[in-house]
Every structure is written in structure tokens, then in C-alpha cells.
Design a protein around this ligand. Structure first.
Ligand code: HGY
Ligand code: MN
Ligand code: MN
Length: 428
């Protein structure tokens, strides 16, 4: 039999709708947990606020009849046995942790929409007494953001076997608190096995860029990801009085860091934006108004779609860092994240595109510059992503915004794709 494409197999009557009011209500509840006066959230991984958000999700999963598993790095799984215990699994989800003074939508929208989409797909299937051939599950991944603990996408990378559990749990934040201690402190140091037999993972997320908005499209079909390299540099100089210390005797760690910050931007400017770079955090010691900085820990990151472009930028940065050293001033540089450019599953892209078009949404194919849990998941199953527009492309900011109609569109497409995958009507 010739393979039939989703668009020939799927029909509108075969797709579940979602309840926009329920979606909005759950999203508003979650946005209030760690909500900030500026309209964003601060819900760092394994913080007290993250614990409250996790409790909220777990209570919802319990009420809706999911089996809840928590694994050794605090990943939360809500499992629905719709097709029997040994059936393959269709997984969806995202992350609850946020940036400091971050946006309400990044991660949390995907988790809430996954809940609404799976709930709707189950009800739709049961109402039509159409047998499910796969089980459905929702995941909330630990420490996707990589702001409190490095690297980012930590929980999903452990799930995918790309990062050792013990190494993940030993990661410490800037106050020396380990992930293990923090998860223990909020009651999410789990012991359950993560789910197995995961056939496909589909993540809904805000675009965090402005291509969909500029293109007038409601749904992004994410074909792949940019590559990313993230660094931590420790620059060791000498603390000294900012007054009497002769300038030529100063070993100023902050001056050295500043030179590297400017270099990062120069390297990007030379590529006309094909390489994006940033230094978003400097930890200065002693960090006093009148002490020459003795030590600086600097967090830098490089991203590009083209791996050669990324490698060239990193090579030049690493070369310059090596030249920063001078008598009394040293630098050590290490990579905390290395994410190669890659592609998501093309059949999942076709399915998302078909569902969106049947639902009447304009689509655009694009790549993600931001990292997501769907990237490490590629190592263990078919993995795909759906984007919805970010107003003005703003993210990792309290101003982050996605319009209600776009939130609804994303959840509707996710519900349709999950239902098609779980009933084997996807035509893949
Ligand atoms: O893109 C990032 O740095 C994060 O993993 N979302
Ligand atoms: Mn995210
Ligand atoms: Mn983010």
C-alpha cells in the first residue's frame, strides 16, 4: 500500500477541539505562581515557587486520572493507559521553570496546553469509542532554562541518556545549593522509573522570535534547531584598592571580562546576525565599589544555524580568551552546553502542518534559535515542535506575550496531532 500523507488521511471531523476557557483558566492559575509585579514570573528550577507549580500540576494530573511518576531528577510524568500497559507511548509536555523576571508563557504555556490537549483527545476518543493504539503522557522537565543550574535542558537530557543522573544532581547554583538538595527541599527528588517505549514526543512552545508574527502565521512547524555552545569563564586577577593601586600594577579581572564581552558582540556583528552571541551574567568578586575585581565568572553563549559558522566563532573566542592571560591574571574556560544544529522528525512536521491547515490556521516552517527539551528527546524517539507567535518576538522578559487566539490555536493543533498519533490515524 502506498504511504498516504496525513493531509489525505485526516479530516476535520476526526480532530478533537479544546476548551479555550479551561486552557486560559489553568494558564492564569499557573501564571500567578511566582508572578511578578511587572506581569512576568520568577520560578527558578527547584525553587519554592517551582515546587508550588509542580504541586499544582500534580494535583491536576491526579484529579484527571493520570498516573503520576516523578523520576530521580524531578521530571514529572502524567501517564494515561489508553491502549494497555505495554502499548507505545506518545509524549507531550514542556517545562515549568522560568527565567528570573521571565515571561509567563515560556514553558508553562506548553505544559498547560499539553494538559488541555491530552484531556480533550481522551474525551474525544472515548466519546467516539475509537480505540487508542498508543498511550498518552505529559512531561514537565526539570531545569530546562539552565539559569539556576547549568546546563539547560538538564532534566530532559537525563531522560534521553545524554547526561548522567548523579552529575545532574550534583550541579550547584551560585549559592552552592545542589539540584539534589533543592529538589529534596521541595519534595521532588523522585524514585520512579521514567516512562519507556516512547514512540513520539511533540512539544508546543512560544516562538520567542518574530517570524510568525511578521509572516501573519498562527502555527510554526519547527523543522530544526540552531546549534549552541555555552561557556563559563573563570578570570582570576587580584583584588586591590581602586585608589592608590598604580594602574600598571592592577590585575583587573573585570577589565579582562569586559574585553571578552565586547569581542563576543564583534564576532556576531561580523556575521550580520548569522552568529548570535551574548554574555548575560557576570559574577564579580568581591563586587565592591572601590575594589579592583579580583575574580569574575562570566557566562557566554554562541548560537548559529550553520555548524561551521558556530565553530569559527567559538574558535576565535577561545583563542582570544587564551590571550587574556598575563602575569597575575589567568583565565580558565569550559563549555557547559554543546548543542549541534539538527532536524526534527519530518513526518511529525507533516502531521502538524496537515492538522493546522485542516483547522484553517496559516503555517510557516522555521528553525528554533532557542533550545528546547524536544532537542535532547530526539536521541530516544521521534521528536517535533509546534510554535505559536510571540508578540514583537519578545521573550525571557516580563513583557513576553502570546495572544489568547494563538494560545488556542496551538493547543488545538497539538490536540489534533496527539489524537491522530494515539489512534494511529496520523497517516505517518
Ligand atoms: O535557549 C536556551 O538557552 C534555553 O535552553 N531555552
Ligand atoms: Mn522554554
Ligand atoms: Mn526559556
Amino acid at each position: 500500500m502506498t504511504e498516504r500523507k496525513p493531509r489525505e488521511v485526516l479530516v476535520r471531523e476526526d480532530l478533537p477541539a479544546i476548551d479555550p476557557a479551561r486552557l486560559r483558566g489553568m494558564f492564569d492559575d499557573l501564571s500567578a505562581i511566582g508572578g511578578t509585579p511587572g506581569g512576568g514570573v520568577t520560578r527558578l528550577a527547584a525553587s519554592r515557587e517551582d515546587g508550588i507549580a509542580r504541586d499544582y500540576l500534580r494535583d491536576w494530573l491526579d484529579r484527571e486520572g493520570f498516573r503520576v511518576h516523578i523520576d530521580q531528577v524531578g521530571n514529572i510524568y502524567g501517564l494515561l493507559d489508553l491502549a494497555g500497559a505495554g502499548a507505545p507511548l506518545i509524549l507531550t509536555g514542556s517545562h515549568l521553570d522560568s527565567q528570573p523576571l521571565g515571561g509567563r508563557f515560556d514553558g508553562a504555556y506548553g505544559v498547560v496546553a499539553s494538559c488541555e490537549a491530552v484531556r480533550s483527545a481522551r474525551a474525544f476518543g472515548e466519546a467516539r469509542s475509537r480505540p487508542f493504539s498508543r498511550n498518552l503522557a505529559i512531561a514537565a522537565w526539570t531545569n530546562e532554562e539552565g539559569t539556576r543550574f547549568q546546563p539547560s535542558t538538564l532534566g530532559s537530557s537525563v531522560f534521553a541518556g545524554l547526561y548522567e543522573t548523579a552529575a545532574a544532581l550534583s550541579q550547584a547554583d551560585r549559592d552552592g545549593v545542589t539540584l539534589e538538595q533543592a529538589l529534596g527541599g521541595i519534595g521532588y527528588l523522585g524514585t520512579d522509573d521514567p516512562p519507556s517505549r516512547v514512540e513520539s514526543y511533540l512539544e508546543l512552545h512560544i516562538e520567542q522570535g518574530r517570524r510568525l508574527e511578521d509572516g501573519g502565521c498562527a502555527i510554526g512547524v519547527v523543522e530544526g534547531n540552531w546549534g549552541t555552545v555555552k561557556y563559563v569563564a573563570d578570570i582570576q586577577g587580584e583584588a586591590a584598592h581602586t585608589g592608590p593601586t598604580p594602574m600598571k600594577e592592577r590585575r583587573d579581572a573585570l577589565l579582562a571580562a569586559a574585553q571578552l564581552v565586547i569581542l563576543c558582540r564583534t564576532l556576531s556583528d561580523e556575521t550580520d546576525g548569522e552568529l548570535v552571541t551574548s554574555v548575560g551574567r557576570l559574577d564579580i568578586t568581591p563586587n565592591s565599589t572601590n575594589i579592583v575585581a579580583g575574580h569574575v565568572r562570566m557566562f557566554a553563549e554562541f548560537r548559529a544555524l550553520d555548524s561551521a559558522r558556530l565553530a569559527d566563532g567559538c574558535r576565535r573566542f577561545e583563542g582570544a580568551a587564551a590571550r587574556v592571560s598575563s602575569p597575575g591574571l589567568s583565565i580558565s574556560l569550559r563549555r557547559t552546553t554543546e548543542r549541534a544544529p539538527g532536524s526534527f522528525d519530518s513526518a511529525l512536521c507533516s502531521l502538524v502542518e496537515a492538522v493546522a491547515r485542516i483547522r484553517g490556521y496559516r503555517t510557516m516552517r522555521l528553525h528554533t534559535v532557542a533550545g528546547h527539551d524536544a532537542v535532547p528527546l530526539r536521541a530516544v524517539c521521534r521528536s517535533g515542535m509546534i510554535f505559536v507567535p510571540s508578540v514583537n518576538g519578545v521573550s525571557h522578559s516580563e513583557k513576553e506575550l502570546t495572544r489568547p487566539e494563538d494560545m488556542e490555536a496551538g493547543a488545538t493543533v497539538l490536540a489534533g496531532a496527539l489524537y491522530a498519533l494515539a489512534t494511529g490515524t496520523d497517516g505517518l
